[in-house]
Unconditional design. Structure first.
Length: 302
């Protein structure tokens, strides 16, 4: 029996599947295999080995308890049981067991706020992004596309209503988008005298998402004339959220929003940088020419 379970385990390893599905398969296989211990216990009882039979019965009951917890955790929405001793074990050992299903649903790449490059010499200015009805519709389309390709997990961090209700305090909001997520593609462009933000799944499917009306104390287009501007980060925020009602969680649908961060460098400073680089290149050329002249003179003297 154990060799059969080991063979099934090895076969499962050949397939690429998510952790939840794999754990469900293990739960079913382990639960079925656990009943083999009952057969072994029966054989011990039949042959007069009462103590050994009782030990196998205890082992069967212990594994049956953990099978019950796994079924509750991987096959149901609640994942909570009064018979679960895990919180007591965590408290006794002083550790926190991670929620694998929530971690899996949260994804990897979008789980952190990324920037459009590394900025050292540049500084950042506060900016104002204004959106019209069409641009807000475009943003909702982008969110739907990102969710469809698996870039976004709009599932309130993998937590269910009962879990949220237990930890909810007055005024707490739990967003479907668990934390701000950077768009995979975004750019800043001047179009017809306007400073527009574009973004989306990729450059080909980019959408117009808003207009930068103010950068620092200047209007957006005026700032573009004086500074070299670059979008350092564009984060997706807002959207539907849940809050605690009297007896259950309530949900309110709100539109998604964008938070932007703009880096700048004065054009005069940029020109001076370019000028110094050009002067340095000219000096290098002069030094190279001088070295070449010396070499030619030495050859002529010989």
């Amino acid at each position: 029996m154990f060799s059969i379970l080991g063979m099934i385990n090895s076969y499962i390893g050949y397939f690429n599947m998510n952790a939840t599905l794999k754990n469900r398969i293990y739960t079913v296989v382990g639960g079925v295999g656990n009943f083999y211990l009952l057969y072994v216990a029966y054989r011990f009882f039949a042959n007069g080995f009462i103590v050994r039979g009782l030990l196998f019965i205890l082992a069967f009951l212990a594994l049956l308890y953990f099978t019950y917890l796994n079924i509750l955790y991987f096959f149901t929405e609640d994942r909570v049981s009064k018979l679960d001793i895990s919180p007591k074990v965590e408290k006794m050992l002083g550790v926190k067991i991670p929620d694998t299903r929530a971690a899996e649903s949260a994804g990897v790449a979008p789980g952190f706020m990324q920037t459009n490059g590394i900025f050292k010499d540049e500084e950042f200015l506060p900016s104002t992004l204004r959106t019209n009805h069409k641009q807000r519709e475009n943003l909702q389309k982008v969110v739907a596309q990102l969710e469809q390709v698996g870039y976004l997990q709009l599932d309130f961090g993998g937590a269910k209503d009962k879990e949220l209700f237990k930890k909810a305090k007055s005024g707490d909001r739990f967003f479907a988008l668990n934390e701000p997520v950077a768009l995979p593609y975004y750019e800043l462009r001047e179009v017809n005298g306007k400073l527009l933000v574009y973004g989306g799944v990729n450059q080909i499917e980019r959408q117009e998402l808003g207009e930068v009306t103010q950068v620092g104390l200047l209007r957006g287009i005026e700032a573009l004339k004086r500074y070299r501007l670059s979008l350092a980060a564009v984060a997706l925020t807002g959207g539907p959220y849940k809050f605690a009602g009297r007896s259950t969680m309530m949900q309110k649908d709100e539109p998604y929003k964008l938070e932007i961060q703009i880096a700048y460098r004065p054009k005069e400073e940029e020109s001076s940088h370019l000028g110094s680089e050009i002067r340095e290149d000219i000096e290098q050329v002069k030094r190279a020419d001088a070295t070449a002249d010396k070499t030619l003179r030495r050859r002529r003297d010989k």
